[in-house]
Write a protein that binds this ligand. Structure first.
Ligand SMILES: C[S@@+](CC[C@H](N)C(=O)[O-])C[C@H]1O[C@@H](n2cnc3c(N)ncnc32)[C@H](O)[C@@H]1O
Length: 282
């Protein structure tokens, strides 16, 4: 791959997705794009990049898709989910008692495991949420990932990543050699292709936003802009979860730390007094 080709791909990704590629990732670009070369029946990377430079939309989408890391799993890093179940959901139950409704956004949801993990926790507390309207929205730039998320069908390897057997048996149905999420969970979750670089206001407001292991790939400027947008989506007492290896401190003043080692932050809107701590001994 020539330095010009690398610069072209890196700029395309940065402009369209926020993803930052450093030069030491040239091998990764070459490796990941081989499948796109084959899929489009092209001779090599040079031909693929010529298609993209020429404005071929399918080649461009597939190139971008191939470069995004969509690594995920059920109950990934489990402690933030414990916090959600033990602290945030009970808080919402108290705070939204009059309206009996709340919304959760999984931004950068990949193939849906994170959104379904949240749905499982709510279903497991069903006795407290009878008559409630709970909506979970998963968004991702990748149409292929959103497609997979909507199907809710996972192979043995995928369900083995983070899903205890009792949850697998309770919330999934065995179909062939794989497992499909049960209809009651699927009904709680909707998935949409959405780019975090775009305006997110049309999605409405959310009481909880999970944007985990997404910002880590962005440059500082894109991180700041994205966090600003996420802050505006959150209700006054809303909670943001980023990845356990990500931090909002020093990047955005729109949040207050709840548990930095777990990537948990409270929305801090101007003129709104902080709600109670939500810190927990985890
Ligand atoms: C590493 S996965 C994380 C999945 C999940 N949140 C988790 O922590 O397990 C990152 C996801 O973010 C998505 N993503 C990256 N940039 C995005 C953007 N600009 N807009 C929407 N989704 C994006 C990728 O397509 C990918 O599915």
């Amino acid at each position: 791959m020539t330095p010009e080709d690398f610069t072209f791909v890196a700029r395309l990704l940065k402009d369209q997705t926020g993803l930052v590629l450093t030069r030491d990732k040239a091998y990764l670009v070459e490796n990941r794009l081989q499948s796109v070369v084959r899929e489009h029946r092209l001779a090599d990377l040079t031909e693929l990049l010529a298609e993209v430079r020429g404005g071929n939309p399918a080649a461009t989408t597939d190139l971008i898709d191939a470069m995004m890391s969509k690594d995920t799993g059920f109950f990934r890093d489990w402690k933030p989910f414990k916090h959600l179940a033990e602290v945030v959901l009970p808080n919402l139950r108290r705070a939204r008692l009059a309206k009996r409704t709340f919304r959760i956004l999984c931004a950068g949801c990949a193939s849906g495991q994170e959104a379904y993990s949240v749905a499982m926790q709510i279903v497991e507390e069903a006795q407290h949420f009878t008559g409630w309207q709970v909506e979970i929205v998963g968004i991702d730039l990748s149409a292929a990932a959103i497609d997979a998320a909507g199907r809710g069908a996972y192979n043995q390897f995928e369900v083995q990543r983070g899903l205890p057997i009792r949850r697998l048996l309770r919330h999934f149905t065995k179909v062939g050699s794989g497992w499909t999420i049960n209809e009651n969970l699927r009904r709680m979750v909707s998935f949409r292709v959405w780019n975090l670089l775009e305006d997110m206001f049309p999605l409405g407001r959310f009481d909880v936003v999970l944007c985990r292991n997404v910002l880590i790939a962005f440059d500082q400027q894109t991180k700041i802009a994205t966090l600003q947008k996420l802050a505006r989506l959150l209700t006054d007492d809303g909670v943001l979860y980023v990845g356990v290896n990500e931090s909002v401190t020093g990047v955005s003043g729109a949040f207050r730390v709840i548990a930095s080692t777990l990537g948990i932050y409270a929305a801090q809107h101007e003129g709104v007094p902080p709600s109670h701590s939500m810190a927990a001994h985890l």
